[in-house]
Write a protein that binds this ligand. Structure first.
Ligand code: ATP
Ligand SMILES: Nc1ccn([C@@H]2O[C@H](COP(=O)(O)O)[C@@H](O)[C@H]2O)c(=O)n1
Length: 290
């Protein structure tokens, strides 16, 4: 499958910007076994950019690559690139902070504190899926198998649970914990929530696997979770490395990622976490006052 489109039209008068954008796209796509740029636009002739994408990834790329390219050419320094649409959804849209990090990195622990101090609404994709699993719904068994295997449930299920919870709450500031976990999650979110929500930041807790494994095995003594055992933990780590890393790359390119060292004691991690939320809020206040 080839993807081609808005980039060429948008950059028709701007060879320099296109060349920079093309090399940026190629660099990004070159990571983690993803496809590479097939025919980079030359600095002289900019009427078409073609990206070849393997069929198994075509649907995901079709949904979110164009918007990624738009974001890329809007970065400062891409002189001459013209906006086709607003760079971010309207400020009035509810703000979402995605919280990511490997299994056991401490996402839930820090989210609970953010709720208490900063009043955000915490939605854990994993918790919503676990609740749905036991609700007796037809898809419960499917979810159970995915969780046990450390695999990512198809986004149609997860995004519906998240959006139902967001709409039912009606709040303005959400922590969405453990999502988006792969490109399927990402494209599903962008397709169904993209214009109604504003992704304000992506908060990532970084922690080595040895530390996370120790925490999860300890948690497994009392959590009752079917995936807090050595075999499931190994699979969850592999899923994080293989599937979540490209999503983090995507948001890094958008300048949305803040990474916090989650290896330290809870209070030390919290000091950085609350400082981050304070700075996010301060930025919003400055924008409102401007
Ligand atoms: N900074 C920390 N130091 C030591 N232990 C921690 C720290 N943060 C969390 N823990 C403990 O580690 C375990 C995992 O933490 P938590 O549930 O917050 O991680 P998580 O990233 O949400 O995990 P998962 O993705 O599996 O739901 C818990 O038992 C928690 O009490
Ligand atoms: N976006 C997501 C999030 C989670 N899952 C499944 O749930 C398991 C547990 O997730 P935690 O965040 O609570 O650790 C995870 O391993 C997945 O099986 C999912 O499919 N999609």
């Amino acid at each position: 499958m080839s993807w081609r489109g808005a980039l060429s039209r948008r950059l028709a008068g701007s060879p320099r910007a296109a060349a920079i954008a093309a090399s940026g796209v190629a660099g990004w796509l070159g990571c983690a076994g993803y496809p590479t740029l097939a025919e980079p636009a030359s600095a002289k002739r900019v009427d078409e950019l073609t990206l070849r994408v393997p069929p198994r990834l075509a649907a995901d790329f079709e949904a979110w690559l164009p918007s990624y390219v738009k974001q890329l050419v809007e970065l400062p320094g891409f002189l001459g690139a013209k906006l086709l649409s607003a760079a971010t959804p309207a400020d009035e849209a509810p703000a979402v902070v995605f919280v990511l990090g490997g299994p056991g990195a401490g996402k839930g622990t820090q989210c609970a504190r953010i709720v208490e101090k900063h009043g955000y609404v915490h939605l854990s994709a994993g918790d919503l899926l676990r609740a749905e699993r036991t609700s007796g719904s037809a898809q419960g068994q499917m979810i159970d198998e995915y969780i046990r295997e450390g695999k990512i449930v198809p986004v149609e299920v997860t995004v519906k649970l998240l959006l139902d919870a967001i709409r039912a709450d009606g709040g303005r500031r959400f922590l969405v914990d453990g999502f988006p976990r792969n490109t399927n999650n990402l494209s599903g979110w962008q397709g169904q929530a993209g214009s109604a929500m504003r992704v304000a930041a992506v908060l990532v807790f970084d922690c080595p696997e040895e530390v996370m494994e120790e925490r999860l095995l300890e948690r497994g003594k009392t959590s009752g979770r079917s995936d807090d055992n050595a075999a499931s933990i190994r699979k969850r780590f592999a899923t994080f490395r293989d599937e979540t890393t490209p999503v983090l790359k995507y948001y890094e390119h958008q300048g949305l990622v803040t990474t916090i060292d989650g290896t330290r004691p809870v209070d030390e991690v919290w000091a950085d976490t609350t400082a981050f939320i304070d700075s996010l809020e301060a930025g919003w206040r400055r924008r409102e006052e401007a």
